[in-house]
Design a protein around this ligand. Structure first.
Ligand code: GP9
Ligand code: MN
Length: 626
């Protein structure tokens, strides 16, 4: 090898090392800018190293001059994305995404505040360009430098580095999958994904998801669109309805309770009520005791979506993340049409479940996140429900009436314990102390105590008597893997059969009207999708595109889940197994005898999906305006 070749080889290796270091340093500066010294899981380092090695390996394939140009381009692109993350993170404590950057015009006032957040020091991320670009001009007239490594060797080195980089990345993804299964698919917290697999990998996955969605998006034929429109028109036909407008002009306060599984209501352990406040309220309310959680990949946010939009959750991932650029006709929008002021409050980071953007799309006037609450008392994921409700009522008092306030609680979130706050002296769970179920019951008891605070505060503020208060659970809490423990708790036996397990997929739900009107028990089989149309009828709102039903004007029970399984008053149909069971006897029935019901459920899911996936409301509104 000649000396020139040696030098060339050295330059090849050094250049990719320098390029890689620049990217690494920038990624770490962003990490420090966003979370300071907070230690990230080592999978962040693995993922970041993996991504940088993959990028630099590809650069090694190129000849020096082309490599330099390519690096300038990649470096500029990555720097812009990283700076966008820093600036956006300052306000939302979240990372950006392709869809977000693309529709940055969505919220004018947000855009303004983001620009106001750019600080001069952010420009430091571009400082390397000050050296790299002039260097380019300096080299311009010179002879194209030759690569020291012959291309077969470069190819071999590239392949080796690609394998190493890909493996490191995969290891970091696997580590996150293990610690938080499903997170990468549902993307419920983009920041957590970025902080675990590395910012560069996060953006690559996000871009890939975005591209895939764009590539697979087709248009729905005119006939199919007409069929969807007709289904919704018939389904939501205005007729002579019982209790129509009964609560016209009243405030609406809807409280979504974290993980309030149905069985907790009126449940006693060691002779003590787990939910004394809700039990008392239930006696004065219209209590629904057969409401099933219909949530899917979007967890809490799916429940918010079901209750405020009355459509089925997204087939994959979370509607809050997948469809936040859609046009909706939501409960807050319907309330606004009737002159209501609308607000949503949840004391967690606004980036969680993409709430900032989805709440804008749902038409809420105001969103109060943890940034707007005084975090004076903490349990689990954040502010205690007690303090949250107290401050929420203060905020409601400032609102113009009538208003619609949607409150999403937090204190009873998995893992149901807080290392710094013991709940054991509040509820004695005996032998269950320290177990998953015992912790859950104590946590529910704590959250119920907060519901008591809410009721007291609403009464003291003079809001209780002119407000419709809806309380429901977002999803279940006991996973299938713990059904043995649940069986022991509820029935003192070893396990639950298929029907009993299904029975436990219910959540708490009650509707309190001023003067305790309509109090009683409604045992119609139904789901969270029915909340919006039921309230719409009572309060005189429109719900033209609801897939659910008004539970005060329905004689037949029906609930369908995201996976196609459905239950009516008599049978349950497990779609994946095409199996039908009689609810009372548990005996299997012939699916052919229920062909009409099976088809009805299929169609309901299909039209709901089509409305969502093809953003049909926007299309129809544009056509009507045009
Ligand atoms: C966090 C909360 C949790 O803000 O809504 O969501 P989950 O993990 O229950 O889906
Ligand atoms: Mn939840």
């Amino acid at each position: 090898m000649t000396q020139a070749r040696w030098q060339g080889a050295l330059r090849d290796i050094l250049s990719v090392l320098v390029y890689g270091c620049i990217l690494l340093v920038k990624t770490y500066c962003v990490k420090y800018s966003l979370v300071g010294n907070y230690p990230l899981h080592r999978s962040f380092l693995l993922g970041t190293l993996g991504a940088v090695i993959v990028i630099t390996a590809l650069l090694l394939l190129l000849r020096p001059r082309a490599r330099y140009y390519a690096f300038l381009g990649i470096n500029l692109l990555i720097t812009i994305i990283l700076v966008a993350d820093v600036v956006y993170g300052r306000y939302f404590r979240d990372v950006t995404s392709v869809a977000l950057l693309k529709q940055a015009r969505l919220a004018g006032e947000v855009q303004e505040s983001v620009f106001a957040l750019i600080e001069p020091r952010d420009l430091a991320y571009f400082i390397d360009m000050l050296v790299l670009v002039p260097l380019l001009c300096f080299q311009r007239d010179k002879r194209q430098p030759q690569s020291g490594l012959k291309w077969p060797l470069r190819l071999v080195l590239t392949v080796i580095c690609l394998l190493v980089g890909a493996n490191l990345t995969q290891a970091s993804i696997d580590s996150l999958q293990q610690r938080q299964p499903g997170l990468i698919r549902a993307f419920w917290d983009k920041q957590v994904v970025a902080h675990n697999i590395g910012t560069l990998n996060f953006h690559a996955i996000d871009a890939w998801r975005y591209l895939k969605k764009q590539m697979t998006s087709t248009k729905l034929s005119q006939e199919e669109q007409a069929a969807v429109a007709q289904w919704f028109a018939e389904h939501n036909a205005e007729g002579n309805k019982q209790y129509h407008n009964l609560m016209q002009g009243k405030n609406l306060i809807m409280v979504q309770l974290e993980a309030f599984q149905g069985f907790v209501l009126n449940f006693k352990i060691n002779g003590q009520e787990v939910t004394p406040n809700l039990n008392r309220l239930a006696k004065k309310s219209l209590t629904f005791n057969n409401i099933y959680a219909q949530t899917a990949g979007g967890g809490t946010s799916d429940a918010e979506f079901l209750a405020n939009v009355s459509l089925y959750p997204a087939r994959e991932g979370a509607a809050f993340y997948e469809f936040y650029t859609n046009t909706f006709q939501s409960l807050p929008m319907a309330a606004k049409e009737q002159g209501y002021e609308t607000v949503v409050m949840h004391a967690n980071r606004p980036g969680f479940w993409n709430r900032t953007h989805m709440y804008t799309a749902l038409g809420f006037d105001t969103y109060y996140s943890d940034l707007d609450f005084d975090i004076d008392e903490v349990f689990g994921l954040g502010l205690t429900d007690h303090s949250f409700y107290r401050q929420a009522v203060q905020k409601m008092q400032q609102m113009q009436q009538p208003f619609y306030a949607f409150l999403v609680s937090l204190s009873s979130h998995f893992p149901f314990v807080d290392a710094n706050v013991s709940l054991s002296d509040r509820l004695d769970v005996g032998a269950w102390q320290g177990t998953f179920i015992g912790n859950y019951l104590q946590n529910i008891h704590f959250a119920d105590e907060a519901v008591g605070v809410l009721i007291d505060e609403l009464q003291a503020a003079g809001l209780w008597d002119n407000s419709v208060v809806v309380i429901y659970g977002d999803h279940t809490a006991i996973p299938h893997g713990r059904s043995q423990e649940l069986a022991k708790l509820l029935y003192g036996k070893e396990g639950l059969d298929e029907l009993q397990w299904q029975e436990e997929q219910k959540v708490v739900m009650m509707l309190h009207l001023p003067g305790d009107r309509l109090r009683g028990v409604n045992d119609r089989t139904a789901g969270q999708i029915d909340i919006f149309p039921t309230l719409a009828n009572l309060l005189g709102f429109k719900s033209k595109y609801a897939a659910g039903r008004d539970l005060l004007n329905t004689d037949n029970g029906f609930v369908c889940f995201r996976n196609g399984t459905w239950i009516n008053d008599d049978v349950i149909y497990f779609r994946s197994q095409r199996k039908l069971l009689d609810l009372k006897t548990g005996t299997e029935l012939a699916a052919e005898d229920f062909a009409a019901e099976i088809e009805r459920a299929e169609i309901e899911l299909k039209v709901s999906d089509q409305l969502l996936e093809y953003d049909l409301i926007r299309q129809w509104q544009t056509e009507a305006d045009g």
